[in-house]
Write a protein that binds this ligand. Structure first.
Ligand code: FEO
Length: 383
């Protein structure tokens, strides 16, 4: 990466499910090795890929020479191999955030670790170079921090600014820019979205640093397009929306689908960008990527027994968890003998304090009159 600084992470080519997030391009767990008077490892990899990381470290230096480990984040895709490193380098000192210390102690037997919690502004010397720690709580766990090396203008940003993207190319000028940005967008929408305020605080801090390279813990390293990704993070974290509606639904016998298309047409007529997402064919994590800048989220479900179709309830669970702020919600659907699907959906969304601006359901099959009524109602909402 730079003189004496190496990527020693692991490529997870086959990863397709990251706790519910469809990672169709796999991922990487980026660990970084710094050769200085103190040999330093920034983060590690998922446990099952420990040997990949060890081989990469061993191609540079004996693992037992590691003096310092920085754990920017407790989640086990980055901390999973710390114990294995400490078995080979038992005297290495581990630096982490205050919440990180508690988290590591909860995940591992740290009784023999030389573990130090550091706050924002703490700087350690590695010899010729130094590391400064900056807490970034809730981007996206309470323990997250980033680490900055001023001598190289290099930021180890951990999860922030990352992408789930398996690749042998390491840098943003070696890979399709559009694909990197698409995966960065998906990553933000599915991991970082609930924490816009915290992201904006972090961006303020980062704006005071002189940065030439951003090395996240997943995917491609930024050295050419740093301004672009920071600009996108500024936009996404602001929760500003575009004139856009995402219509998400599943259907049993086509009734809810007819309603979905009727609603979409009204948005089209008003000049909205629209996106129609059948839950049978679209993954919830890809739908969230569409929702990142949508003013309206429309959710449709038929009634199945006493509630929603399971595909819709899974989507609603995911949506409520990620809690996009400031969106307007429309709900719709059909029922046979129990008017339950939309009712249960509304209850969930209302409990999550989502702003439902219009809701409707129809018995069995929407008539022409029903569809005309729905079209008029949506038109009214958009006026
Ligand atoms: Fe990539 Fe929050 O772990």
């Amino acid at each position: 990466m730079k003189e004496g600084i190496y990527w020693v992470g692991a490529i997870d080519w086959d990863l397709r499910n990251f706790h519910g997030y469809l990672t169709q391009r796999g991922s990487t767990y980026n660990a970084y090795l710094i050769i200085d008077e103190k040999i330093t490892l920034i983060d590690t990899v998922k446990k099952h890929l420990t040997d990949d990381m060890f081989q990469r470290i061993a191609s540079v230096i004996d693992i037992d020479k590691i003096d310092v480990i920085v754990s920017n984040h407790v989640e086990m895709d980055h901390s999973g191999a710390i114990s294995a490193v400490l078995e080979k380098a038992p005297n290495a000192k581990v630096y982490t955030s205050i919440a990180g210390k508690k988290g590591l102690e909860a995940h591992f037997d740290t009784s023999s670790w030389d573990l130090e919690a550091v706050e924002t502004g703490v700087e350690i010397s590695l010899g010729k170079r130094s590391l400064e720690f900056v807490q970034t709580p809730f981007v996206h766990w309470p323990d997250n921090m980033v680490t900055y090396m001023k001598e190289e203008k290099l930021l180890f940003s951990n999860d922030s600014l990352g992408q789930h993207l398996a690749s042998t190319e390491r840098f943003d000028d070696e890979y399709s820019f559009d694909v990197i940005m698409q995966e960065a967008r998906k990553y933000y929408a599915n991991i970082v979205l609930p924490f816009g305020t915290q992201v904006q605080n972090v961006l303020k801090t980062l704006s005071t640093l002189d940065i030439e390279m951003v090395a996240p813990s997943h995917g491609i390293i930024w050295r050419k397009h740093i301004a672009e990704i920071l600009q996108e993070y500024t936009k996404w974290s602001s929760n500003n929306t575009e004139k856009k509606a995402v219509i998400v639904y599943d259907t049993m016998w086509g009734s809810t689908e007819k309603m979905a298309k009727t609603i979409m047409q009204e948005f089209d007529k008003k000049g909205y960008k629209t996106s129609l997402k059948h839950l049978g064919f679209n993954h919830i994590s890809d739908i969230m990527t569409e929702i990142i800048d949508a003013e309206y989220i429309c959710v449709g479900t038929p009634t199945l027994n006493r509630g929603m179709l399971p595909t819709v309830s899974a989507f609603a669970t995911y949506l409520i968890g990620l809690a996009p702020k400031g969106r307007k919600v429309i709900t719709f659907g059909s029922y046979g003998w129990a008017q339950q699907g939309v009712k249960v959906l509304n209850k969930w969304l209302e409990e999550a304090k989502m702003n439902i601006v219009y809701s409707t359901d129809v018995n069995y099959i929407p008539s022409e009159n029903d569809l005309e009524r729905i079209a008029n109602d949506v038109k009214e909402v958009l006026n």
